[in-house]
Design a protein around this ligand. Sequence first.
Ligand SMILES: *[C@@H]1O[C@H](CO)[C@@H](O)[C@H](O)[C@H]1NC(C)=O
Ligand SMILES: *[C@@H]1O[C@H](CO)[C@@H](O)[C@H](O)[C@H]1NC(C)=O
Ligand SMILES: *[C@@H]1O[C@H](CO)[C@@H](O)[C@H](O)[C@H]1NC(C)=O
Length: 364
Amino acid sequence: MASLSSPAAAAIAVLLLCCWCSARRCEAAGAAGVYVLGDSLADVGNNNHLTFSLIKADFPHNGVDFAGHKATGRFSNGKNSADFLAEKLGLPTSPPYLSLSSSSNKTDAYIGGVSFASAGSGVLDSTNKDQCISFNKQIDYYSSVYAALVQQLGTSQVQAHLSNSIFVVVIGSNDIFHYVKSSSADKLKNPAQQFVDSMVSSLRGQLKRIYNLSVRKFAFIGTGPLGCCPSQRNQNKTGDCNVEANYLSVQYNKGVSSLLKEMSIELSGMSYSFFDAYTALYEYINNPEAYGFAEVKAACCGLGDLNAKIACIPISTYCSNRRDHIFWDFYHPTEATAGMLTSILFDGSVPYVYPMNVKQLAAL
Ligand SMILES: *[C@@H]1O[C@H](CO)[C@@H](O)[C@H](O)[C@H]1NC(C)=O
Ligand SMILES: *[C@@H]1O[C@H](CO)[C@@H](O)[C@H](O)[C@H]1NC(C)=O
Ligand SMILES: *[C@@H]1O[C@H](CO)[C@@H](O)[C@H](O)[C@H]1NC(C)=O
């Protein structure tokens, strides 16, 4: 024991402790918390708390493959991208903000991450107004979480914590669906590219506001090939993808990825991963067998042509093999698809995710 009290031994002990700590940090991929903003692709139950919303998934057959076969509010047969990403980062899924309103120690509840994601939300406040927590409102909620953390722990500790946390944003699909549904007179007044530009311009202010609340690491999930969702194919006589929705999605992803690049140059310390969900999912649709899929067009759960006339509600039927379907319902991926996409986001590379993946982002 005598040798332990010598300065050299103490130095070695400290050194060992540091190595052990940093190895553990590596194992947990380095994220202190995961904060999630966005729509139904990431909602883990916020909308369950919105009494007047019709946009919900807290009933069967949602959750048929979830632990306990429970419908939790996720628009999926099982886990969604928020669950998979948390898992990859070695953390539990961040709880829905609206489920925490009565917890006694807010700091404890907020520190590991919170999900503000709400099904139906879009970049624009007008998208599904009063049916969801708008993206701006989600940022307001994050702002109050930030203030509560600062009050408990002090600014510098909170800043350190947040700069080691990942901020996931998945938004834009619902705005595009609304645009595609709008009348041709409205489209004439607001052409596709102009509409996409207005989305990106709105995002610029919104992401700046988040950055201003000490967020430094953004993982932005772009939109998928929205025209290939069963809901959109179903409106094409040939059952092919809707050309306009896919065009908007491509243009939106281009706009967002340039925006992030600009912001990361302009704003000190900001880093990001951009996930091109369009290119990744399109690859599965074009080449299904290579990825274990047999059905790329029809939803698993629903009714009517492509199971896309009626949503996944208790009277709908659902497929027996959920692993070989790309889509769970007429808008959302199956657990299998979400899991594969999230793996690419986490440790994939160009052209799917850039300038770095989330694993690299977390290790910064
Ligand atoms: C709440 O939890 C945090 C983190 O565990 C702790 O630092 C703080 O003292 C707690 N506050 C109260 C009022 O118990
Ligand atoms: C950034 O935060 C400061 C206060 O911390 C505030 O005065 C300023 O208006 C904010 N800017 C933006 C763009 O939100
Ligand atoms: C339907 O699919 C065909 C074939 O791909 C395509 O040419 C057409 O533009 C599509 N219709 C719509 C409304 O997107």
